[in-house]
Structures are given as structure tokens and as C-alpha cells.
Design a protein around this ligand. Structure first.
Ligand code: PLP
Length: 380
């Protein structure tokens, strides 16, 4: 697996012959793996852009891109595809090599799925406290889970595997650069293409959350690249590190609270958080995000996770501002993952009660916001 690096380092003729063979076999593997990735991509359809019907926001259309529709159920399907391509095209991934990443959520599931497709062993490094359901999901895809007691130690443990020869996909380190922000059917190009026949094809706002920061970086860069006037809003659990860092432009800040919403609201400023392409951050209390995830069932007839709810609240906030200013236009956001994953948590009454999460007042506020064209009372 270190064939290419060895070719630079070794001076002895026999080592050069050996490493040349390794390099040739890595090329063959990369070609094979890329053809598998291309086939997967050819079998896949683009995700739908769904339009919400909210007559109270007259002249303002709200759309949601259904990223839960990917084969692995979340927007991390795109990220996993990009991380594998990036590792392959950098010559960092070879036949039979173990793949590792630190993830306790959607990323591990998507990465395990691609590892199985490529015939590679996969290890997800997770905190020992991770929900048994998620551990089971990775194992069902043929991956193994390396459980560590200390949640903060997962990155060091993934690096430990990499030192022993595994390929570290490194979602938090590489998300923002592994995605081709100029296009290549990234999420931004897809959204703008799908908007082409709408009343307001150039959205006033795109709204997304920030976990690795990869999605917000790709969207923000693409908007500038295409010369669009669309602004980018990050919907963030109240007090999350992106919000704190964005306000102060300080990469050393920490979150002021801990969120129950998975996938977003990181405790520290991740390397992929690109502050300068983000025009607004809307902070959403967890109870409001959960209430909004419940509301999405009424609006779309399907369940989505808490980060999708968080996006909905931010969309309503922006729509209400536009309405108040007499503006018209479109707002586009994302449905990030499937709600079924949260049967035992966000959608479970006793789970919420144990954590003192009261969603009833937020549900009422959401209903009147939707019927009267208002936002929710939020700190921004
Ligand atoms: C990862 C994730 C996000 C945030 O996306 P990034 O591109 O990592 O910033 C939002 N929601 C869910 C469910 C996620 O898994």
C-alpha cells in the first residue's frame, strides 16, 4: 500500500523494481475501484427537490432537497463517495487495505457501504456510548466497530489505525477539500439545476447545517463560482461552535452547550468550517428542531431527522424576514437523513421527557408560523 511513497524513498535497484510493481498494481486497483464507483454513480438517480406548500408566505417558495433518498439514507452518501474518490486518486488506498474513520453516525454507515462495494475491510472508530442500533447498522454492512471509552479520543484512535497501515478517510479533516466545489454534480450544482424552471430560479437563500462543514463550504463556494446572488445561511443548534466561531471569526472557540441533534452543532470549530462563505447563522433550540422534525411529517408525509427540522426553522425565520420586507423569492434547504433512525430518541416521548425537552409549545408556534406567515422567536 505504500508503493508510491516507497518508490521515492528507496535507492536500491531491487527496491525500485519492487515498488514499480506495487505502483502498477495500485494503478490497476485504482482503475478497478473507479470503475465500480462510476457504476454506482450510474445506477443512482439524483435526489428530489421537494416544494413545500405554504400559502401564508405569499410570493416566497420553500424547497427541500431530499438527501435521505440516497441508498445509505443521508447526505453522507455524497461525502463518503467523495472521500473514497479522494483517497483513491491520491494513491492512498490500495487493494485489500483496511479503511478507517472516526464516526458514530451517518458517515460510518455510508463509508461501510462503499467499503463493502469496493471489497475493502472497514473500521468505524466510535465512542463506546454509541447507540447499539448504529453499531449494528455498521456491522450489518460488514464493517467493524472499534469502541473507545473516551469520545474525544476517536481521532487519535483512527490515526493509530492509519499508522498501522489503514487508510484514514478523515471526514472532519478532508470533507471540505474532497468535494469538487466547481460542479461535477455536487449538491450545489444539482440544486441550481433543479431550480431552473421555478418562479425564482436563483434562490434568495440556501440553508444547511454544519457538521464537517463540507456541505456549507461546497454550497458557498459554488454560489460565488457561478456568480449568483444567493446567500448562504447555516442553521445551527443554539450555541454550537460554528455559530460562536462565525460571530467572532475565532477558530479556537468552543460550543456553549451540547446539542441532541445529530450530525450538526459540533463542540469545536472543525477544519472544514469555512466562515467567509456564510452570510448568516440562525441558532435554533433543540426543542424547536425536534418539533420541526415532527412538523415535516405533516408537510411532506415522511419522517426526517433533527437536523432537517433545524433547517426548517431557519427557513421559516428567513421567509418571515423576507415577507416583512416585502421581498419575494425562493429558499432552498436540505432533508439530511431519515427519521426512522430516531424512533428511540427524538420521536420517543419518554426519551424527550427524560431530557426535559418540551416540544408542544414549539409545535404550536410552528403551526401558527406556517398558517400566518411568521417565523419563530429565535436568538440570532
Ligand atoms: C453530517 C450531517 C449534517 C451536516 O453536513 P456536513 O456536510 O457534514 O456539514 C447534517 N445532518 C446530518 C444528519 C448529518 O449526518
Amino acid at each position: 500500500m505504500t508503493g508510491i511513497r516507497a518508490a521515492h524513498e528507496a535507492n536500491e535497484p531491487c527496491a525500485i523494481v519492487h515498488s514499480a510493481q506495487q505502483a502498477a498494481s495500485n494503478r490497476a486497483f485504482v482503475q478497478h475501484a473507479l470503475s465500480l464507483m462510476k457504476k454506482e454513480s450510474a445506477r443512482s438517480a439524483d435526489t428530489h427537490l421537494l416544494r413545500l406548500d405554504v400559502p401564508a408566505f405569499h410570493g416566497i417558495e420553500i424547497y427541500f432537497k431530499d438527501e435521505a433518498a440516497h441508498p445509505t439514507g443521508s447526505l453522507k452518501h455524497r461525502l463518503a463517495r467523495s472521500l473514497y474518490l479522494y483517497a483513491l486518486c491520491n494513491g492512498r488506498l490500495d487493494s485489500g487495505q483496511t479503511v478507517v474513520d472516526a464516526s458514530s453516525g451517518s458517515t460510518a454507515i455510508s463509508e461501510a457501504w462503499f467499503a463493502r462495494m469496493l471489497g475493502l475491510p472497514f473500521i468505524a472508530v466510535m465512542p463506546a456510548a454509541t447507540a447499539p442500533r448504529k453499531i449494528a447498522a455498521v456491522r450489518a454492512l460488514g464493517g467493524s466497530c472499534d469502541l473507545v471509552d473516551e469520545p474525544a479520543a476517536v481521532h487519535a484512535r483512527a490515526a493509530w489505525h492509519a499508522e498501522r497501515g489503514a487508510c484514514h478517510l478523515d471526514q472532519f479533516g478532508l470533507a471540505e477539500r474532497a468535494t469538487d466545489w466547481r460542479g461535477n454534480n455536487n449538491i450545489a450544482e444539482s440544486i441550481i439545476g433543479q431550480m431552473r424552471l421555478e418562479a425564482h430560479p436563483e434562490p434568495a437563500w440556501l440553508v444547511c447545517g454544519a457538521g464537517t462543514g463540507g456541505t456549507s463550504a461546497t454550497l458557498g463556494r459554488y454560489l460565488r463560482y457561478r456568480g449568483l446572488n444567493t446567500r448562504l445561511c447555516v442553521a445551527e443548534p443554539s450555541g454550537g461552535a460554528f455559530a460562536e466561531g462565525w460571530k467572532s471569526r475565532d477558530r479556537h472557540v468552543h460550543a456553549t452547550g451540547k446539542t441532541l441533534i445529530e450530525g450538526i452543532g459540533r463542540s469545536t470549530v472543525e477544519p472544514g468550517f469555512v466562515f467567509d462563505v456564510v452570510d448568516a447563522v440562525v441558532e435554533v433550540p433543540d426543542a424547536a428542531s425536534i418539533a420541526a422534525a415532527c412538523q415535516l411529517v405533516d408537510l411532506l408525509g415522511r419522517r426526517y431527522g433533527g437536523s432537517s427540522g433545524c433547517n426548517l426553522v431557519a427557513c421559516l425565520h428567513l421567509a418571515a424576514q423576507m415577507l416583512a420586507r416585502g421581498e419575494q423569492g425562493s429558499i432552498v434547504s436540505l432533508l439530511c437523513d431519515r427519521g426512522e433512525r430516531y424512533d428511540d430518541t427524538l420521536f420517543c416521548n419518554s426519551w424527550r421527557a427524560q431530557r426535559d425537552i418540551a416540544i408542544r409549545p414549539w409545535q404550536e408556534a410552528l403551526q401558527s408560523a406556517l398558517s400566518e406567515g411568521r417565523g419563530l422567536m429565535l436568538a440570532t
